[in-house]
Design a binder for this molecule. Structure first.
Ligand code: 4AD
Ligand code: MG
Length: 493
């Protein structure tokens, strides 16, 4: 009995309705209790209108405070950024812009925010400024939307694979092999940087290090993922990935999140089909589950583009772009066909590309990828069968001996969003490739065992989660779709 009473008392004390629920409420006239952070306060001697947001929705609820009920002293502390708790009545709103509002019966200021100091005053802030205060930026509409959508998209990733019977596999963050060659690595060590133990050759003696060998942060979970796929059939990883490349672009992070499915018995075509279905699913999921945030981000983008010359504005709004991707087939083209298209393209002939496309065999730059997607095909493109010399050792050799069964998916505004391949399952061919490319076999005996014992055709790909987030949010810089970006020279917070 005592327990029962305690529970009720506890529930009464903390009863709070989230603002997202209140805004949907069909019942008015009821007493409600809301808590949140003040976005703005306006009004006059006779009434105050407070826009209150608790992060459950991009939309705020309007609190109407009558100075006859709420003391002037209290209302003075209700400034942008302060946290408050309000008891009041939910009523149909007379004003435009909201259907319901709360008429305050009592109002408690939980935490003040000194208006002289609070950096997030209600006005437009540049993204550059907001990056410097990344610890507060989730309180803005844009970054609140990004945070909620990152969650929704992560959940969708797990749902997609779970519904297909894939297993979520946790591959190591600290790796002892530097083999994949996907990028420069960050060293993990406990050795003293000032006085490391030296061997007889004068080099650092890593046998004295924590793991007794050199270790790094992972650049990809793929190779370990292949061990899972060749045991349980289908796996996916979804974890942090680290690359110490000095790429200061709007599409590169030193720490990003990657999703890497790996499937036994899939060939290149199965792989492309899965990747295309996956991207369409995620896009549709955003449309179905993030409507309010998308509507806000779409308007933000329209606003931003007003200042651009007409020929630089997007032809589609954000949601039109998402719908287009969800509903249309991707174009599948070989690298060789793409080179022909690029070589004969206007920007190439008129020398408008920074890197001119001349011969077969060089890697595509992002200007080329974007030309194919945005100007030529005007839809997502899957490029396949790249020259073996510009791709990784593990990709399956094509019969021509010149290309490999690779596939990259290129998206508008982004360029490469997915990279993958069918894997080389033939032991001798794989070993040959490793020798040719100087990949140390002694570090990868465990990997080669998958080809020694019961090898099977298999495939996989990697989707950069933040590149996906750039696409679904319409934001232009990868630093703005992850809460705390890590880039060269920047690891704040
Ligand atoms: O093309 P990548 O390097 O492929 C791999 O790592 C393979 N092991 C994947 C696989 O087959 N399992 O990277 C895959 C994707 C890229 O297409 C891109 O979306 C993203 O990861 N990516 C980055 N995202 C943000 N910042 C970076 N520095 C990135 N590097 C790659
Ligand atoms: Mg790639």
């Amino acid at each position: 009995m005592r327990f029962f009473l305690n529970t009720i008392a506890g529930a009464m004390k903390t009863r709070r309705t989230k603002i997202s629920e209140l805004l949907k409420s069909e019942q008015t006239g009821i007493d409600v209790h809301v808590k949140g952070w003040v976005r703005t306060k306006r009004g006059n001697k006779h009434v105050s209108f407070i826009a209150l947001n608790d992060g459950s929705s991009i939309n705020s609820i309007q609190i109407v405070a009558d100075p006859a009920i709420i003391s002037e002293e209290t209302l003075k502390k209700v400034t942008t950024g302060a946290s408050i708790a309000v008891d009041g009545q939910l009523v149909e709103s007379q004003g435009a812009g909201q259907s319901v509002e709360v008429h305050a019966k009592s109002l408690e200021v939980l935490g003040v925010a000194d208006p002289e100091k609070y950096p997030l005053q209600p006005k437009k802030h540049s993204f550059e400024f907001l990056r410097d205060i990344a610890h507060l930026r989730p309180r803005t509409n844009t970054f609140g939307a990004v945070l909620r959508m990152r969650h929704a998209m992560s959940f969708a990733v797990h749902k997609f694979f779970n519904d297909k019977g894939f297993n979520y596999m946790h591959t190591p963050i600290i790796t002892g092999s530097d083999a994949e060659g996907a990028g420069e690595m960050f060293r993990v060590t406990t050795l003293d940087a000032n006085t490391p133990p030296l061997g007889e050759d004068g080099k650092v003696d890593f046998t004295e290090d924590f793991f007794g060998k050199e270790t790094n942060l992972t650049v990809s979970g793929q190779l370990e993922g292949e061990l899972g796929a060749t045991a349980v059939g289908e796996i996916y990883t979804f974890g942090p990935t680290f690359r110490a490349e000095n790429s200061n672009t709007t599409r590169h992070l030193a720490e990003f999140w990657m999703i890497e499915p790996e499937m036994a018995f899939y060939d290149l075509e199965d792989n492309m089909d899965l990747a295309e279905e996956f991207l369409k699913y995620l896009t549709q999921y955003a449309l179905d589950h993030c409507a309010d945030d998308l509507a806000f981000l779409e308007n933000r983008l329209l606003d931003e583009e007003k200042n651009k010359p007409a020929n630089e504005r997007s032809e589609m709004t954000l949601t039109e772009k998402l719908r287009f991707v969800a509903e249309n087939n991707f174009e599948r083209v070989t690298y060789t066909e793409a080179i022909d298209i690029l070589r004969n393209s206007n920007p190439n002939k008129k020398k408008k590309f920074q890197y001119l496309v001349e011969g077969w065999g060089t890697d595509l730059q992002s200007e080329h990828e974007r030309y194919l997607v945005e100007k030529h095909f005007k839809k997502p493109v899957i490029l396949t069968n790249y020259p073996k010399d510009i791709k990784s050792f593990y990709m399956r050799m094509d019969d021509d001996g010149k290309t490999v069964a690779a596939m990259d998916i290129l998206f508008p505004g982004i360029g490469e969003i997915v990279g993958g391949s069918q894997r080389e399952e033939r032991l001798e061919v794989l070993v040959n490739r490793m020798d040719e490319m100087g990949v140390p076999k002694e570090d990868l005996e465990w990997y080669l065992d998958t080809r020694r014992y019961g090898t099977v055709p298999h495939s996989g790909f990697g989707l950069g989660f933040e590149r996906l987030m750039i696409f679904v949010t319409g934001l232009g810089n990868i630093r703005d779709v992850i809460p705390f970006p890590r880039t060269p020279g920047n690891a704040e917070f």
